[in-house]
Design a protein around this ligand. Structure first.
Ligand code: PMH
Length: 385
């Protein structure tokens, strides 16, 4: 890593933007030409960095961005993103005017929301909206054709709304059993057919559906996890017909090395005891960084060799047992590749008994993110499209 004067700790995330671009391109090439990519960059781009991933995705051909909340959309606008942004989750109807003024697209998911927004909205406001249909995910969305028709009529009568899209979200597109997916897909088609006029964007596919079910692509897909180089599930990993490239690595450096003697203890609770003469290294990363205590015993890469974390993980530090002395400053890979060896996000997810989505999301914002293009750290301030 090249030294940057922005941060002073030896723990950092590296995000390979070439991987993001390659993954977007691969999915785009996999789909029919008329299908647009909506890059899902909510939750700080699944922990990777919202504006950097957004720019890389747009550069690779995505035409729309999607986030969870208005705050995330506003953050992107403040960072100079002018591309269309869809807020997937619920916004307050009173905030519709703010969204309109920033050209942020909101999701409509109930008739009462629309009526309330109409009351709060100024005469000359223009708001892009996508209508969310709940076909079986059970979160937000319109569930009946009746409500859909009522909302469509209200939108048609009110010039302040640009009815730009309709969408739904699948609960099981990543599972090998496709029956529930088919049920949702059929329900969505019925709802779309029930509209008197189709909006510009009709979209239902997440990464799993985009990769597996081209017939469900309509004219846009919402690409999240696959853009980050991860499989939507272990079940469907083998079904992905092109390589995905993991963009996220987590690194640190050894800040202290010592030799322990038989019986010496390590960390809180003194739960780890040295069996003999052992080299113990200290790493400046801990549970406040999202490297949580459950990862005690997990291996990390030092000099291309797997070494275990020993003792309890502290708030800001943890210890590893080294096969031999290593100099202070030796680079350590907690997630990612080192000298031909790899610790994948899936490995960490398995250790934590969770899904890969969660892993980059829980690496705390106090861990700085640095960005790579062609293997080199890029100056993000000068990285504009
Ligand atoms: N569209 C919506 C509405 C979503 O909630 C998500 C991901 C995506 C698209 C992208 O899905 P993908 O990452 O599988 O491609 N949402 C979530 C979630 O709420 N929890 O995990 C993933």
């Amino acid at each position: 890593m090249e030294k940057q004067d922005r941060f002073y700790r030896d723990t950092w995330v590296e995000v390979d933007l070439d991987s993001i671009s390659a993954n977007v391109t691969a999915v785009k090439n996999h789909l029919p030409r008329n299908v647009d990519i909506i890059a899902v960059v909510k939750a700080n781009a699944y922990g990777h960095g919202d504006v950097q991933v957004a720019r890389a995705a747009l550069e690779a051909g995505a035409v729309y961005l999607a986030v969870a909340f208005m705050d995330e959309a506003i953050a992107l606008r403040k960072k100079g993103i002018t591309a269309p942004i869809l807020v997937l989750g619920a916004s307050r109807p009173e905030d519709a005017g703010t969204a309109a003024s920033l050209d942020i697209t909101l999701t409509i998911f109930q008739k009462t929301w629309l009526e309330r927004a109409q009351e709060c909205f100024s005469k000359d406001a223009r708001l892009r909206v996508h209508l969310k249909v709940d076909t079986g995910m059970g979160r937000i969305g319109v569930r009946s054709l009746e409500e859909l028709t009522e909302i469509e009529q209200l939108l048609q009568q009110d010039q302040r709304f640009i009815f730009e899209g309709i969408f739904t979200h699948f609960a099981t597109a990543d599972e090998l059993d496709t029956s529930y997916f088919q049920q949702q897909f059929t329900a969505f088609k019925e709802m779309v057919d029930g509209l008197s006029c189709k909006p510009k964007y009709v979209h239902c596919s997440n990464s799993a559906a985009a990769i597996r079910f081209k017939e469900a692509a309509f004219n846009a897909v919402r690409l999240g996890i696959a853009m980050y180089g991860l499989s939507p599930s272990l079940e469907m990993e083998r079904e992905i017909p092109f390589p995905l490239h993991e963009a996220f690595s987590l690194k640190t450096r050894v800040v202290h090395v010592k030799k322990l003697h038989k019986g010496d203890k390590v960390s809180y609770g003194a739960t780890y005891e040295s069996c003999g003469e052992e080299w113990i290294g200290t790493l400046p990363i801990g549970y406040a960084d999202g490297w949580i205590r459950r990862l005690s015993g997990q291996e990390v890469l030092v000099g291309g060799v797997r070494v275990p974390i020993v003792g309890r993980i502290c708030m800001d530090q943890c210890m590893v047992r080294l096969p031999e002395y290593v100099p202070i400053g030796t680079e350590v890979t907690l997630i990612g590749k080192q000298k031909g060896r790899n610790i994948s996000i899936n490995e960490i997810a398995a250790k934590l008994e969770t899904i890969n989505y969660e892993v980059p999301c829980i690496i705390a914002s106090r861990v700085p993110r640095i960005y790579k293009r062609k293997g080199k750290t890029i100056d993000i301030k000068n990285y504009l499209i």
